[in-house]
Write a protein that binds this ligand. Sequence first.
Ligand SMILES: C[S@@+](CC[C@H](N)C(=O)[O-])C[C@H]1O[C@@H](n2cnc3c(N)ncnc32)[C@H](O)[C@@H]1O
Length: 319
Amino acid sequence: MSPFLLTRTLPEDATEAALRGDVLQGLTRTPKTLPPKWFYDAHGSELFEQITELPEYYPTRAEREILVARSGEIAAATGARTLIELGSGSSEKTRHLIDALDLSTYVPVDVSESALTQAGHALIAERPVLQVHALIADFTARLALPDTPGPRLLAFLGGTVGNLLPVERAAFLASVRALLSPGDALLLGTDLVKDENVLVRAYDDAAGVTAAFNKNVLSVVDRELGADFDPAAFDHVALWDAENEWIEMRLRSRTAQTVKIPALDLAVDFAAGEELRTEVSAKFRKEGVRAELSAAGLDLARWWTDREGRFALSLSVAR
Ligand SMILES: C[S@@+](CC[C@H](N)C(=O)[O-])C[C@H]1O[C@@H](n2cnc3c(N)ncnc32)[C@H](O)[C@@H]1O
């Protein structure tokens, strides 16, 4: 069996320092916000996997349908020897792509060490000749990738790009382009604008799994920074912002309350009904995706959707 390499690109205390910075900045401003990357401790990653199986959460099934149908074309078009995947999580859907490509190395990149470890061990057991070099890293920070054979295909699936605000997305896509050589490709999963009810239900399921996922960020702050958030004192909110064409997930304080965060020597007041934004999930249209890619130096080459036109995978090539 080939070895499974796991590299932490940042020292462990850098993660805690980043959490402190985000919590201090996000909870002392109006409106209050926290970045979505802090959902994903081991429990949050597990809850996300449960979300992908929910009847209301169509994006995973839709994207898998496209990957099953198109991985052969993607392999033929790119000839990729290295597959880099940002926010790879369980790498579940990626297996279709891995099997179609004639790969030397797979480089999954994620903030969740538990997800990377589980996925990496499973992959090398199933595919003994595949080299897996996983990186624990923040894809919004400067990434240092291992030196692996080209051509490179960089995949960013799941619609996770929609969790970045437009200005962050522009910087992110430019940084992705900088990781590629001319002719290398980006495979980008984008959820598409559709009926509001379908969208809201995908983020507010009947079984309450997304609510538990949303509240998990409070448990992460409690554990890591000694805070006394009571997740039960907040309600899960998912709403469609028609102007920005994104879903917002929020946590709404049920009562007026003060939360103490000893590691920051901070007390945070919430008014009754006050909301903390925990995630945006932008929904896209083809021409918008083409324009954003082009601005970053990537030319849209292929655009595939599932049969119901709910989700798109685009293949773009670095200029
Ligand atoms: C919405 S999930 C998608 C997972 C998988 N790609 C899929 O399509 O099912 C987002 C993934 O990105 C990871 N993630 C979120 N923010 C990140 C960041 N800033 N840097 C690296 N990974 C991040 C999470 O741990 C999680 O595995």
